[in-house]
Design a protein around this ligand. Structure first.
Ligand code: 5AD
Ligand code: SF4
Length: 517
């Protein structure tokens, strides 16, 4: 057994594995009566590595000839878990599949291909996927020709790949976040070889510019960078998404212009840490503030960004955001904790005071800015006092909304090795108290909007009531009002009549409809 097999055997028993074929970097093993083709597998050691080699940008992607019609007459079903980055990756996969002739279906029972694009951020996200895999087993038994693939962040984890091989042997394909452009070829291998195919590159891939994307609706996502170099001690993302790589400004600007021409009303720029944009350019002094300034000049109604790290939020960016226009006055600024000691253990590289100072600067430049955040409670060793610091920071900033989480240990991250003595009950209680405080501020923030007349982008029908339209303010607050369906996708003006904790009820202003119709 070679060293590589030994590492992998921590998670899967290779003791009776035999190599049955080796070609072009693909090794096929005979394991427990079936062939498993391993092109590459995830390793944390490599995932952590930050290579110095320059990232190459490719503009020549093409679907390989034999796969161009491979999906004709076939149906696919794709489920996405996790963040917007994953949602956007799914748009790329849909684009690739439809370019191969596949058609989408809502009904998994009639699908020829089922893909789960997974999230690894917390244990409960992973549990949902394993639960789903359990449900899919019977479909595979009923229809052996069905191809079942697992991709996304979970595929980047050594232990997950091992667990799938062991417990869910009916999975046909596992591929990673850097291997999306390889989907056509991987499907070919899985289709024709009838074996499990694994291809997960742990080291970051290059940037592939011209992948097809299937976008729908009025809002579009645009990647501006990939990966993360921050290594917060609780977080799995730097391992699952590789090192920071920025797309070239001219490619981003061309994509935004193209989306504007196609009529998209709102664009969200995506990156795990958008404020680090451009830091990796060796030949160019061009950062996120410069990019936003250039996008500000493009004729697209609304531009947002996700997610920023307080550490890299510089003055130039604040100055540019204060120009407003198509740059929305909403900033999602994850704080994670209000205690400088906890922030240090999290390796966030800012303390409470620095965060508050940044908030002051942003508010001074953009007085009507709406701030939202992410907060983790129950980080290993968090004391009652440190938790109180988080509550007091929440009160001091007065966030309009927040995503809150109980800390979840992630194998391979430094925090997973820290002693965690906080009882589960205490963690839950902290989460309830935090959410109560946040709800209070959310209501206060919403009440401030009573009787205001604001512009909203109509996104669709309300999920609860199809007679009600669902829209967003510039500050990303949810608005419900009665109006005709023709307004979907349009910017209209409404009068806020009844602000609540979670949404603003409003009335349409008639002349605004005429103006925008
Ligand atoms: N446990 C709980 N929450 C986490 N997040 C990231 N990693 C973890 C973890 N291990 C939260 C952070 C981050 C958001 C996307 O998810 O708050 O900002
Ligand atoms: Fe997104 Fe992170 Fe979840 Fe991956 S692990 S899907 S990057 S939130």
């Amino acid at each position: 057994m070679d060293k590589e097999q030994k590492d992998f055997s921590k998670y899967f028993d290779f003791s009776d594995a035999k190599i049955v074929a080796e070609a072009e970097g693909k090794t096929t093993y005979r394991i427990k009566g079936r062939n498993v083709q391993i092109n590459s597998r995830p390793t944390y050691k490599e995932g952590k590595r930050r290579g110095k080699e320059a990232v190459e940008v490719h503009y020549d992607f093409d679907i390989p000839e034999p796969m161009r019609k491979a999906g004709e007459g076939k149906l696919y079903h794709l489920t996405t878990y996790g963040c917007q980055m994953n949602e956007h990756d799914s748009e790329t996969m849909r684009g690739l599949l439809e370019a191969m002739g596949y058609q989408p279906t809502e009904d998994r029972r009639e699908a020829d291909l089922i893909l789960l694009n997974t999230c690894a951020i917390r244990e409960n996200a992973e549990d949902r996927v394993f639960g789903e895999l359990g449900h899919l087993k019977h479909l595979k038994t009923e229809k052996p020709s069905l191809l079942l693939g697992v991709c996304g962040c979970m595929s980047q984890e050594e232990a997950v790949v091992g667990r799938i091989m062991k417990t869910y042997p009916f999975v046909d394909l596992i591929f990673g976040t850097h291997n999306i452009h390889r989907l056509p070829e991987l499907l070919r291998d899985a289709m024709f070889n009838k074996e499990l195919v694994i291809e997960v590159w742990s080291m970051e891939g290059d940037i592939i510019e011209n992948l097809p994307k299937k976008r729908e609706g009025v809002k579009a996502w645009v990647n501006i960078m990939y990966g993360c170099d921050k290594f917060c001690t609780y977080c799995i993302v730097p391992y699952t998404r590789g090192k920071e790589r920025s797309r070239r400004p001219e490619d981003i600007l061309a994509e935004v212009r193209d989306l504007a021409r196609k009529g998209f009303q709102e664009i969200t720029l995506l990156g795990q840490n958008v404020n680090a944009y451009g830091k990796d350019f060796e030949d160019l002094d061009y950062r996120f503030g410069d990019l936003m300034d250039d996008i500000h000049k493009i004729d697209v109604p609304r531009v947002r960004f996700m997610t920023s790290h307080p550490r890299d939020f510089d003055d130039h960016l604040i100055e540019v955001l204060a120009k407003k226009g198509n740059l929305m006055e909403h900033i999602h600024l994850p704080v994670q904790s209000g205690s400088s000691d906890v922030l240090k253990k999290m390796s966030r590289k800012y303390n409470r005071e620095q965060y508050l100072e940044l908030v002051r600067k942003i508010r001074a430049a953009i007085p009507d800015v709406v701030l939202s955040t992410d907060i983790i409670v129950g980080f290993p060793g968090e004391t009652d006092e440190q938790f109180e610091d988080t509550l007091s920071l929440v009160r001091e900033v007065g966030f309009d909304s927040a995503y809150t989480f109980i800390y979840s240990p992630r194998a391979g991250t430094p925090a997973a090795g820290m002693e965690d003595t906080i009882p589960e009950e205490t963690k839950k209680e902290r989460l309830y108290r935090l959410n109560d405080t946040l709800n209070e501020f959310s209501r206060i923030g919403n009440e401030r909007m009573k009787d205001q007349v604001v512009e909203v982008l109509v996104e669709g029908e309300s999920k609860m009531n199809p007679d009600i339209l669902s829209a967003r303010t510039r500050s990303n607050k949810l608005v419900h009002f009665a109006g005709p369906k023709e307004l979907i996708g349009k910017l209209v003006t409404v009068h806020i009549t009844d602000p609540q904790t979670w949404l603003l009820k409003a009335e349409l202003i008639e002349e605004a409809v005429l103006r925008h119709a």
